[in-house]
Design a protein around this ligand. Structure first.
Ligand SMILES: *Cc1c(COP(=O)(O)O)cnc(C)c1O
Length: 401
């Protein structure tokens, strides 16, 4: 079934080599770039072969809801980058989280989640999973004692993102994994912000890694997709089994775009991180700026952890202007180059006001507790010239004092 020229990628190869070559399946045409298999079904050589494939006695493609060679190449490549045994690609990042929960949890189970997770994740947990008898408790990301206190005998899953959005708070992944395992729970890390180029949670003890491929894996804002990475049993069998039946499947075209994204992932993450660090340092020196949140700054309370846990500090910078909503909006509205949009992980720099957009549905008191005030601005630093990004922000910041 497998073509003899297939190259599963050597685990001993370096990160960039795997990012460019792992999982490639060269076909009889000897194409150099990965092909897009735009097909919904696959043909069998005989009735007996069809029967063997359906029975699971023989490997091979049946139907693209659950296997497609382009999607499989993406899965194999991302698994190789995260250091996981298996990867299941999904239609979106949210579909990856849903597939993980519905395949591994049941009514009566309990989730402990960081309160600083993506807004739709909170919505999915609180407003949908609860309808099916799965309960959730939220805790402050970096407070390990709070995580431990929230764990009950029914707790099955701990869920977190690090660094958090938008304040770039961190959690010690290894410590959280140890805590999860001491209580018989799984740890799922949403690794969207760092990507495996900067942080590999499985190597630090996490059981599952979730991705919104929509962000940095694509890197150029083109496609929506997601993935779950982990061990062969949970991801390769359980999550895959759910996807096979329920069908939140990644399209082959999107998988191809993400494959192209992975080829330059580390180069891009390094460039995003370099510009973000320089921008954060510049922001810290501006009289109109009250505070900058970026793990690469020595002023960040978890700078040492970030240095230990991440290969670089990532592309997200948040800062508070002196004043409130009016001043923050003035900085945002003074930009001409930056895109006013809540998306991130794009070559284009984006700017957003979390309190009235991404975190607008959270009650004001709750937002206050989380530290997401009216003066806060989030910038997802892109790949344009740093001087141009700075000049664009300076238009509004210079007028603040
Ligand atoms: C965007 C995002 C998601 C959801 O991904 P989609 O691809 O938009 O469904 C999940 N987690 C984080 C951290 C994100 O930024």
């Amino acid at each position: 079934m497998e073509h003899p020229l297939n190259d599963p990628g050597e685990p001993t190869e370096g990160f960039d080599t795997r990012a460019i070559r792992a999982g490639q399946r060269r076909g009889p045409e000897q194409e150099h770039s990965d092909p897009i298999y735009a097909t919904s079904s696959f043909v069998f050589a005989s009735a007996a072969e069809a029967a063997a494939r359906f029975a699971g006695d023989e490997p091979g493609n049946i139907y693209a809801r659950f296997t497609n060679p382009t999607v499989r190449t993406f899965q194999d490549r991302l698994a190789a980058l995260e250091g996981g045994e298996a990867c299941v690609a999904t239609a979106s990042g949210m579909a990856a989280i849903l597939s993980t929960c519905l395949s591994l949890l049941k009514a009566g189970d309990h989730i402990v989640s960081s309160r600083s997770v993506f807004g739709s994740t909170t919505n999915l947990f609180s407003n949908y999973l609860t309808r099916f008898g799965i309960e959730v408790t939220y805790v402050p990301l970096g407070d390990l004692a709070a995580w431990e206190a929230a764990i009950r005998s029914e707790t099955r899953l701990l869920f977190a993102e690090t660094p958090s959005n938008p304040l770039t708070e961190l959690v010690d992944i290894r410590a959280l994994a140890d805590l999860a395992h001491a209580h018989g729970c799984l740890l799922a890390m949403d690794n969207c912000f760092c990507t495996p180029a900067l942080q590999r949670p499985l190597e630090m003890g996490a059981d599952l890694v979730i991705h919104s491929a929509t962000k940095y894996l694509d890197g150029q804002g083109r496609c929506v997709g997601g993935a779950v990475v982990g061990d062969a049993e949970r991801v390769g069998k359980e999550v895959f089994g759910f996807l096979r039946t329920a069908g939140p499947t990644m399209s082959p075209f999107n998988a191809w775009v993400f494959l192209k994204g992975l080829e330059t992932l580390r180069l891009r993450m390094r460039a995003h991180s370099e510009s973000a660090l320089a921008l954060a340092q510049w922001l810290e020196a501006q009289p109109g700026v009250a505070r900058v949140h970026y793990p690469g700054l020595p002023s960040h309370p978890q700078h040492a952890l970030a240095t230990r846990q991440q290969a670089a500090y990532g592309g997200i910078v948040a800062f508070e202007v002196k004043g409130g909503r009016e001043q923050a909006w003035q900085v945002i509205d003074s930009t001409r180059l930056l895109s006013i949009t809540a998306n991130l992980g794009d070559a284009k720099t984006t700017i957003t006001h979390p309190a009235t957009t991404t975190h607008g549905r959270i009650k004001p008191e709750q937002r206050e507790i989380q530290g997401i005030g009216e003066s806060l601005i989030r910038v997802a630093v892109g790949l344009e010239d740093l001087e141009d990004i700075q000049r664009d922000l300076a238009r509004g910041i210079d007028r603040l004092c």
